[in-house]
Design a protein around this ligand. Structure first.
Ligand code: AMP
Ligand code: ZN
Ligand code: ZN
Length: 426
């Protein structure tokens, strides 16, 4: 009630200010005697795409380091494959890619032969196999807002018509969401988060996501060790500093969970595996190439393809999807192509001999490779700073943590609630 009348008073005072055109006005926005609202902590999930935990030691991230030393920091194992969409979805659903259905950044599905999934796909069909935390939260009365997160623009649970105008029926989204756009600056994103938290309590989110892409982009273009990547770390760190300062100015306590989806490793000209040199292109079609290659056989050519792929070779290994080693937890979903080849970290598959130099960085390799490990920092009143996550802690365990912070009952998932149990004060 108080909040409503305060915002009304604010609106009135601002409009009378404009009407009067007074050059100098003592505006009574927040009088010293007005009672300050006791805000409940908000949970903020921040993703810094492609942030390798050792970037924290480059001496350019004072705000992240302060959050780490005032909270808890750990290296977090991503899910396989160490790609952006599978891992962002794993963090918010608790399901590994093999179960969540977001098995790659680019996908095919035999049930939809005419369709392909790309990172721009908002058709709920691709996303509906695992429920993200913002949907679970909204169902249980917790208001959510996303300033970008893969899948947060999707009408989850809905259906998209196969024909123009491709109407999407049913489905739900966070109360506040935004269509991803790389051109929306990090400053705008941080301000967007602070703006929703400035609202009256009845329309203010209790869970917010925030996403930064520049560290990943710099890592791809220049490589993880480049000065430009370090500069991107410094830039994002400054935005984190603005977020923290903005929260403080608002008097908004926050339980902040900062993650990355995967790390980054350097590529090189002399670490390329050319697929058409090891197998006959008449026998296969590639679905994805890069740190791994996924292949579909040309019907009737399976034997020829297998004898080429399964020869022992340096720096790579191929499997039938059903025989991918169990530790990857990958290979049962229908969207995974029949053959899967993984390169040694730092090596990449290309369809044909590269015509341009192979430089920069990439990710997608073994989820246990040191360079693929992900960032995890928590800071806020809910956390027990003495807690140390076990070495086996993986990103699917973040989902039960988020549910606990939000006070919602999580769905069953691949995530194990006991792994980070001690991280939250009883
Ligand atoms: P990757 O190709 O795995 O390195 O993916 C990183 C890229 O994903 C970023 O540079 C973004 O452009 C893109 N991306 C991140 N979030 C989204 C989103 N919500 N929707 C579409 N693209 C996204
Ligand atoms: Zn990524
Ligand atoms: Zn990337």
């Amino acid at each position: 009630m108080y909040i409503r009348s305060l915002s009304l008073a604010l609106t009135l005072s601002v409009s009378s200010l404009v009407a009067a055109c007074a050059p100098v006005q003592q505006h009574p926005v927040a009088s010293a005697s007005a009672p300050t609202e006791q805000r409940a902590p908000v949970t903020i999930l921040v993703s810094i795409d492609g942030f390798r935990p050792d970037y924290l030691t480059r001496g350019v991230s004072p705000h992240l380091n302060a959050l780490a030393s005032g909270g808890v920091e750990a290296s977090m194992r991503p899910s396989f494959p160490t790609k952006t969409f599978p891992n962002h979805w794993a963090i918010v659903t608790g399901d590994r890619p093999d179960r969540s259905g977001i098995v790659a950044n680019n996908m095919e599905d035999e049930s939809r032969p005419k369709d392909k999934f790309t990172m721009a796909s908002d058709d709920p069909y691709w996303w509906n196999e695992a429920e993200p935390i913002w949907i679970t939260a909204e169902k249980q009365g917790v208001r959510t807002a996303t300033m970008f997160w893969p899948g947060s623009n999707v009408a989850w649970g809905g259906a998209k018509a196969a024909e123009w105008p491709y109407t999407i029926s049913n489905g739900s989204r966070p109360s506040d969401w935004a269509q991803f756009n790389e051109a929306i600056s990090p400053t705008q994103r941080v301000n967007g988060v602070l703006d929703v938290l400035r609202r009256p309590a009845d329309i203010r989110p209790q869970f917010v996501t925030l996403y930064f892409d520049e560290v990943d982009t710099a890592g791809h273009i220049n490589g993880p060790d480049a000065a430009q990547t370090t500069q991107a770390v410094a830039d994002v760190d400054a935005h984190i500093g603005n977020l923290v300062a903005g929260l403080k100015a608002l008097g908004q306590p926050a339980n902040i969970v900062i993650v990355s989806d995967h790390g980054m490793a350097a590529k090189a000209n002399d670490r390329v595996i050319v697929l058409d040199k090891i197998a006959n292109p008449a026998d296969y079609r590639t679905v994805e190439t890069g740190p791994y290659a996924s292949l579909a056989p040309i019907p009737g050519h399976e034997k020829a393809l297998e004898s080429a792929l399964f020869k022992p070779r340096d720096h790579m290994q191929c499997w039938r999807k059903s025989e991918i080693p169990a530790r990857f937890h990958y290979g049962t979903h229908r969207r995974i192509p029949p053959y899967f080849c993984l390169a040694e970290t730092g090596w990449v598959f290309q369809n044909t001999t590269p015509t341009r130099p192979i430089t920069g960085g990439d990710h997608g390799w073994d989820d246990r490779a040191p360079d693929m490990q992900a960032l995890f920092i928590v800071n806020g009143p809910a956390f027990d700073r003495a807690f140390r996550p076990s070495a086996d802690f993986a990103n699917i365990d973040v989902y039960p943590l988020l549910a606990r912070l939000l006070g919602v009952t999580p769905l069953a998932s691949d995530g194990d609630a006991t792994v980070l149990q001690g991280l939250v004060k009883p």
